[in-house]
Ligand binder design. Structure first.
Ligand code: HEM
Length: 115
């Protein structure tokens, strides 16, 4: 079971890397570009791996802080909501990539500093 947990953490960290990469791709694409679908894919990966880690916690002997998980989930719902709305528009507003990246960094901070 420990291997499954580590595999999920591995994918969870790759998902985080993907969201960070989306920010730089978005900068390169320019201000009149649509929002990259990768925001949705990276966010979905974070959601699935995060939920799986929590669901498996009785088997992996991990006791996660549920308030912390709730905050991370809420921040991710905002990320996915923004991505879902703006991925359909022909051009994303200039604040959207910065807001999304800020929320990703906020979740990394919550993950690391909230013990
Ligand atoms: C943008 C969204 C997210 C980012 C950037 C993110 C980032 C991270 C990072 C960097 C870690 C490693 C921290 C450490 O080991 O000290 C982590 C761990 C974890 N995350 Fe997330 N996370 C996100 C969303 C979520 C969501 C939505 C959930 C649950 C629904 C979740 C559940 C977890 C759990 C349970 C761990 C601990 C894994 C373990 O060490 O066993 N995460 N996250």
């Amino acid at each position: 079971m420990e291997f499954v947990r580590l595999l999920l953490v591995f994918l969870h960290l790759l998902g985080m890397g993907m969201l960070v990469a989306m920010f730089f791709l978005q900068l390169r694409a320019g201000s009149d570009a649509p929002l990259n679908k990768g925001w949705l894919h990276g966010g979905a990966l974070q959601l699935l791996t995060g939920l799986a880690l929590v669901a498996l916690s009785p088997l992996t002997d991990k006791d996660y802080n549920h308030v912390k998980i709730g905050v991370k989930l809420l921040v991710l719902v905002v990320i996915l909501g923004l991505a879902f709305v703006y991925v359909r528009k022909p051009a994303a507003p200039s604040w959207a990539p910065r807001a999304l990246a800020g929320l990703v960094v906020l979740n990394v901070g919550v993950a690391v500093f909230w013990t």
